[in-house]
Design a protein around this ligand. Structure first.
Ligand SMILES: [Zn+2]
Length: 211
């Protein structure tokens, strides 16, 4: 596992790239990593193109038991690490495609199939498989939102990330390389799906799945 310094350097580099893609406008989004000492995450309200080591909150294992020091969104990052032991990195973006698609999809998940790019997600070997990304209603009460995410994970394990309706994507991965690939593939797929929807007007999944 990485030390804090290495993890932050990797996140700064990822943040520049994410910013260039236009996925974190107006200081949106936040990026975090699990480390040997605990957990590092971007502080709120900073421009992701201009991050330095000072823009990160570093929490050791002991601090993690006092979540009042955490911003609300940091709590969601932490919940994802608690739920998914192999997750080492969480990248939260607020792209146009993720925001709009999660807003117009009424179902509790976005189902994608037929795209070759699905194979960029670890474990996928065919475009014929269905990739399901859960969608949760946005909620300013993060404890309540985290509870819904944990509950969902119990019967349907979260592998690549979650969408928050009208808000954005939280992508997860077992290291910085994997999470960047997952994020790029998901954002590509969301853009394709949004384009497809604009042209055909047909939503891929609009059945309400039981949660
Ligand atoms: Zn956010």
């Amino acid at each position: 596992m990485q030390d804090n310094h290495t993890a932050i350097s990797n996140l700064i580099e990822a943040a520049k790239w994410i910013s260039q893609q236009g996925w974190v406008p107006a200081s949106g989004g936040n990026l975090s990593a699990r480390t040997q000492n605990g957990f590092v995450i971007t502080t709120n309200g900073c421009d992701k193109a201009q991050l330095t080591h000072e823009h990160f909150l570093q929490l050791d294992h002991q601090n993690l038991n006092t979540p009042q020091v955490l911003s609300s969104e940091a709590k969601l990052h932490l919940s994802l690490y608690q739920l998914i032991p192999e997750a080492q990195c969480v990248l939260h973006t607020q792209s146009v495609a993720a925001t709009v698609l999660s807003q117009v999809t009424q179902a509790h998940q976005l189902d994608l199939s037929g795209y070759e790019m699905q194979k960029a997600l670890s474990g996928f070997t065919s475009h014929l498989e269905t990739l399901s990304i859960p969608i949760f209603d946005n909620d300013q009460d993060i404890d309540r939102l985290s509870l819904l995410v944990s509950d969902h994970h119990l019967h349907s394990p979260i592998k690549f990330g979650v969408l928050i309706r009208g808000h954005g994507l939280y992508a997860v991965g077992k290291n910085i390389t994997e999470v960047r690939r997952h994020l790029e593939a998901l954002e590509f797929l969301f853009s394709c799906e949004l384009e497809r929807l604009k042209i055909t007007g047909i939503q891929a999944s609009n059945t309400l799945h039981h949660r």
